[in-house]
Design a binder for this molecule. Structure first.
Ligand SMILES: Nc1nc2c(ncn2[C@@H]2O[C@H](COP(=O)(O)OP(=O)(O)OP(=O)(O)O)[C@@H](O)[C@H]2O)c(=O)[nH]1
Ligand SMILES: [Mg+2]
Length: 330
């Protein structure tokens, strides 16, 4: 983002919006940088931008992909994304990485593992925003999804590493949530909690190739049995359990046909729209909470006032209730 843009956001904002709506990827990148910015003037411009591009009549699809590090998420997105662009779809890939400062993080990995997709004129790949709280990253990713959709992308894929709370956060911003698993090793070994399996709309055992194929087939049966003990999900959708080899591009078409089944199933029973509405309302409330917190902690002297009361509370000279009242009334 150049400095002229920052200094005169209003004049240039309209150019940015026009460029974005025409599907210009450079403008899309710049718009995403703007919504990720923490500068006060950029926040004002971002609010204006996201409000102006709010869409629309176009049908889009948001897919979340999770799984432990190394399960093959990026490789899958490369194969799956190419298949979609070959079908004439425009595909955007965003990522949420709660540990993006780890040395083998997605950013470097995605560059090498999505080689073909990154050269595809109908694809747009954006590595994760880093350096802020997961909540902040999540919010800017939601806005980035809207920007990609405004720029004409039909399918938005969000990759997240299956550790921490990022799965829940991604589940809340997508229409379809795909969990990649590996054969061999129980759930505990893979660090995948039952809760994440319950969130999934699709369980896919990756690396079902070569020597691994037999074990993958066994794993498929095991997961199928496990999944069918879960209570029915909100979408009233029977979660498919499938096999694929992202590397050899096997089983990729089948994933897309299940997603199409899901789309028509949830269009019929109303869940697709209902889910998007609920997600937006939840996001709204999350932002209110975040904003309140921000306002509270930015009060002058608040850190000192809190510190003072911590001492009084720990020596039992002040009750927690009174301390909180004082801080809000100061
Ligand atoms: N045999 C086989 N190897 C695969 C397959 N998919 C991915 N791999 C390999 O597994 C390794 C990890 O793949 P990635 O796609 O980077 O995995 P990831 O889940 O994106 O990893 P992080 O982003 O680091 O969490 C790479 O060496 C891939 O070549 C597959 O279907 N079969
Ligand atoms: Mg990856």
């Amino acid at each position: 983002m150049d400095s002229t843009f920052r200094r005169t956001p209003n004049i240039h904002l309209q150019d940015l919006i026009n460029g974005l709506l025409q599907g210009n990827r450079i403008f899309l990148s710049r718009a995403i940088t703007l919504v990720e910015s923490k500068r006060a003037d950029d926040k004002v411009a971002s609010a204006e931008l996201v409000d102006k591009i709010l869409n629309t009549e176009r049908k889009t699809l948001r897919i979340g992909i999770t799984g432990v590090p190394g399960v093959g998420k990026s490789t899958f997105i490369e194969s799956f994304g190419k298949m979609l662009t070959e079908k004439g779809k425009k595909v955007a890939v965003l990522s949420i990485d709660p540990s993006s400062n780890r040395s083998k993080g997605s950013i470097l990995g995605d560059k090498t593992r999505m080689d073909e997709l990154s050269k595809d004129p109908n694809a747009f790949i954006r590595p994760s925003a880093s350096g802020s709280s997961l909540g902040g990253v999540a919010s800017s990713t939601r806005e980035s999804i809207l920007l990609c959709e405004a720029a004409g992308f039909d399918v938005i894929i969000i990759e997240t590493v299956g550790v921490g709370q990022s799965e829940t956060i991604v589940k809340d911003m997508v229409d379809y949530f795909l969990l990649l698993m590996l054969a061999g090793g129980g759930d505990e070994l893979q660090g995948i909690k039952r809760g994440i399996m319950e969130m999934a709309d699709h369980i896919l055992i990756n690396k079902a190739d070569n020597d691994n194929l037999k074990a993958a087939k066994h794993a498929k049966d095991d997961y199928w049995n496990a999944v069918h003990l879960f209570p029915p999900n909100d979408a009233d959708w029977v979660v498919p359990v499938g096999l694929c080899s992202a590397l050899e591009k096997n089983g990729i078409e089948e994933v897309w046909s299940e997603i199409e089944n899901y789309q028509s199933h949830t269009a019929k029973n109303g869940w697709f729209e209902e889910n998007r509405k609920r997600q937006a309302i939840k996001w709204f409330h999350e932002r209110i909470h975040a904003r309140l917190e921000e306002i509270f902690y930015s009060k002058p002297m608040i850190k000192e006032e809190i510190k003072k009361r911590e001492e009084l509370i720990s020596s039992q000279k002040l009750s927690v209730r009174k301390a909180v009242e004082e801080l809000f009334n100061s």
